[in-house]
Structures are given as structure tokens and as C-alpha cells.
Design a protein. Structure first.
Length: 284
């Protein structure tokens, strides 16, 4: 019996070492696992017949942020500030964004540092600095009233969007395919492995959302295979009514909701943004 117990103990010890070694390796590779930037711009706004301005900002003095500003058709239209996901770059958003622009809305599409034509390297800290820098550009240089600025966070972009809305005045907040926190995503991917305990980037979307004081729309596909639907639902419960509009989309996956819903997608989000901006202006 003692020999069997020793063997079991040795086996468990070895297994724990393997698990911890695997977790440490994942910790070291966290950035490569999290960020999937694409440098080459595969399309430009003129190919979609869109009027725009090229934007270059320097949030930290050295690294630069590249983006495209699409002016709204009039001074009472919302301006979406888009925070894209962890892969690709802004050129991959043009098809999705064009219907908003055609409706008369404005938008700022920008790449985080390390994506597209933006220099530097992505990180949670860089995402936060980038978020503040693009808000300053819209509110300062472009003179967009704060109640017309609508942060729109997509997937991991929900965190910098919520981070911004918790610190700067905006009209409303839209989140799509979002999650509660990075540790919840890690658990959904790695199961029992304690990867979440070693993460350097935490992506606490729920915590930031608790500080937001403007209307929030959260939409999530019920068959999302990247961010579990349950996490989007849990995130929506962070914000109580009437501040929250929770929009579960039947048949929707991860970031294909515009294709699933078609015209309804653009109409409902646009109406929400316009109404929120108008109400905020009245209250101010």
C-alpha cells in the first residue's frame, strides 16, 4: 500500500508540474495567442466610394496610430468610434461600416498599435492609451460634441470601448460579441488549466461597465463559437434597466450579425445611437 501511495503522489506531482509548465508557456506566449494583427491594408475607403480623412496620432509620443475619419453628413448625426477585435485591421471593417456611413453617420476607424499602419506593439495598456487618444482627436481636433461620440466595441474591443466610456463623456456605448473578463474567456478555452491566474492582460469589461453612466446596447449571437453566448448574457446583467438594451440574435455567430440581420441591424443600432445622443444633449 505505501508503494502505491508513493506512486500516486509521484504521479500527481508530475502532473502538476506538467500543468504548471504548460500554463507558464502560455503566459509567455500570451501576446501571440491574444493578438493577431494584420499589417497589410487589403482595401481602402475610396474603393467603397466613401469620403474620408487620413488620421495619424501619437498617443505615447513615439508610436503612431493610423485611422480613417468619416465625417457625418450633418452636425446632428452620431459619430461611431470603432474598437475592432483582436485580428485583422481596419480595412476588414469597411464592408461592415459602409451602410452606417451611407445613412449619414460619421465614424473613426483606427488600428491599435501593432495593427495595420499603426506602429508599436499591442497590449492592454496600449489599448487604453489608444482609446483616450482617439477620443481626444474627435472631441478636440474634430470638435465633435461628446454626446455624439458613440464608442462601438467589437469582441476584445469591448474592453477599450467600455474603458473609454467609463472615463470620458460619450453619448452611448455599443458592444458586440463581447465577454465579461479575460479570465472567463481563458476558462472557456483551457478548461481546468489555471491559465487565467497567470494572465498579464485582464480585460475586465464587466468592471469597466459598472462605471458607465450612459445607455448601453449589447448584442450577441446565440451560436457564437468564439465568445460563448452565456458570457455576453452575463455581461448584459452587469448593467440594469433601463440603461441596458440586451439584443440576443438568433442564428448569429461571432461578428456576423450584420449579415444575419441585414437592414434591421443598421436601423436599430443607428436609431439607438441617435436617440441616446439626442437625449444626452437635452439633459446636458
Amino acid at each position: 500500500m505505501p508503494g502505491i501511495l508513493k506512486s500516486i503522489a509521484a504521479g500527481l506531482f508530475f502532473l502538476s508540474l506538467v500543468i504548471m509548465a504548460f500554463a507558464v508557456i502560455l503566459r509567455l506566449l500570451e501576446s501571440k495567442i491574444t493578438f493577431h494583427p494584420y499589417r497589410e491594408l487589403e482595401s481602402r475607403p475610396e474603393e467603397w466610394s466613401l469620403r474620408y480623412e487620413e488620421v495619424y496620432l501619437r498617443p505615447a509620443g513615439t508610436d503612431s496610430i493610423h485611422g480613417w475619419f468619416f465625417p457625418p453628413s450633418s452636425a446632428n448625426r452620431p459619430v461611431f468610434l470603432i474598437f475592432h477585435g483582436n485580428a485583422g485591421n481596419i480595412s476588414h471593417l469597411l464592408e461592415w461600416m459602409t451602410p452606417f456611413i451611407k445613412r449619414g453617420d460619421g465614424a473613426l476607424l483606427f488600428d491599435y498599435r501593432g495593427y495595420g499602419l499603426s506602429s508599436g506593439s499591442p497590449s492592454e495598456k496600449a489599448f487604453a492609451e489608444d482609446a483616450l487618444a482617439v477620443w481626444d482627436y474627435l472631441a478636440g481636433e474634430k470638435k465633435i460634441e461628446h454626446f455624439r461620440i458613440i464608442p462601438f466595441g467589437i469582441s476584445i474591443g469591448a474592453w477599450p470601448a467600455a474603458y473609454l466610456a467609463a472615463r470620458k463623456p460619450v453619448g452611448a456605448l455599443v458592444l458586440e460579441g463581447a465577454f465579461t473578463r479575460g479570465s472567463d474567456i481563458a476558462r472557456s478555452i483551457f478548461g481546468f488549466l489555471p491559465v487565467h491566474l497567470l494572465m498579464k492582460n485582464h480585460w475586465e469589461v464587466s468592471a469597466e461597465l459598472l462605471k458607465v453612466r450612459v445607455p448601453v446596447m449589447i448584442l450577441h449571437g446565440r451560436i457564437d463559437s468564439v465568445v460563448p453566448f452565456a458570457l455576453g448574457e452575463k455581461l448584459a446583467r452587469t448593467v440594469g434597466p433601463p440603461q441596458i438594451i440586451w439584443w440576443p440574435v438568433e442564428g448569429g455567430g461571432h461578428l456576423d450579425l450584420y449579415a444575419v440581420l441585414g437592414r434591421t441591424y443598421y436601423e436599430r443600432i443607428d436609431n439607438f445611437a441617435q436617440s441616446a445622443a439626442a437625449n444626452k444633449k437635452t439633459r446636458d
